[in-house]
Ligand binder design. Structure first.
Ligand code: AMP
Length: 278
């Protein structure tokens, strides 16, 4: 496994790498969700590149950039275990040298949900992902359904800007009790960890209501919100039932629908989602 830190070295070695090349962009502090992407890339690619970069531009001024968890030695050992070929881990100054002033702006699909609650977040994400695509030139890039809006934004960017690669979206990996794996779960104390299950309970309720024939989106949102509000440690940022492609809020759920939410558990903001389908 080779570790590369500069754009110049990545470009140089890229010419010799076997195709197809699978790229897994990450911010590190790996869990089984990340590893599922690396394994999928490994199964489908001759060369696997994992990028590890905590991108400062996708964090708001009040957000957790400074406290974002990291354990580089553990991460590298896990990647080695998964037979990763290359870890691309540039310092921030390599990605954003003095004078840097460009960005990728994706429209409509960034306006609601995370985009509304985290202004500038998706500009940061789209810009860094576009840069990684230009630097690594992957055949395919792998993202998780856990970050549902991010997946839509990246697919939109690739289609709109004619980027020459395929995007693969892999299912959300969960703890045995249903909590979606996230690097941020490490911040939860044992009481908060228990309270965090309310996200999965709310998503399960949505699935149950839908299965029983409920089609009114507002009724499902309302029941989910009421359930979350019963948990004293939880505070709702948003609960959404939206079209999975346009991310427009739905009145009626008679098509596939993305049920997504952001909920604060103490000082930790968690997101999760499921797709409702008949
Ligand atoms: P992050 O390091 O949080 O930026 O995540 C890197 C990639 O892993 C993103 O494409 C995420 O959507 C994906 N990911 C994070 N958590 C999970 C999960 N629980 N299951 C599947 N993919 C995930």
């Amino acid at each position: 496994m080779k570790i590369i830190e500069t754009v110049a070295e990545m470009r140089k070695i890229r010419k010799q790498l076997a195709e197809p090349l699978g790229l897994v962009p990450t911010m590190g502090y790996f869990h089984e969700g990340h590893l599922s992407l690396v394994r999928r890339a490994r199964a489908e690619s001759a060369t696997v590149v994992v990028s590890l970069f905590v991108n400062p531009t996708q964090f708001g001024p009040q957000e957790d950039f400074e406290s974002y968890p990291s354990d580089l030695q553990r991460d590298l050992a896990m990647l080695e275990e998964e037979k990763t070929d290359i870890v691309y881990m540039p310092p921030a100054a390599e990605m954003y040298p003095a004078g840097f002033c460009s960005g990728v702006e994706v429209g409509r699909v960034t306006e609601g949900l995370e985009g509304e609650k985290r202004p500038g977040h998706f500009r940061g994400v789209a810009t860094v992902v576009a840069k990684l695509f230009n630097i690594v030139e992957p055949t395919r890039a792998y993202f998780g359904q856990k970050d549902a809006q991010q997946a839509v934004v990246i697919e939109r960017m690739v289609a709109d800007l004619n980027m020459n690669l395929e995007i693969v979206i892999a299912p959300t990996v969960r703890e045995p009790d249903g909590l979606a794996m996230s690097s941020r779960n490490i911040h939860l104390n044992s009481e908060e960890r228990r309270a965090a299950l309310v996200l999965w309970r709310a998503l399960s309720l949505a699935q149950q209501l839908f299965s029983q024939g409920e089609r009114q989106a507002e009724s499902i949102r309302h029941r989910m919100s009421a359930l979350i509000q019963e948990e004293p440690l939880a505070s709702i940022d948003y609960v959404s039932i939206a079209d999975p492609n346009t991310l427009q809020e739905l009145d009626s759920v008679d098509q596939p629908a993305l049920v997504s939410m952001a909920v604060w558990i103490g000082k930790t903001r968690l997101i999760d989602n499921i797709l409702l389908e008949r």
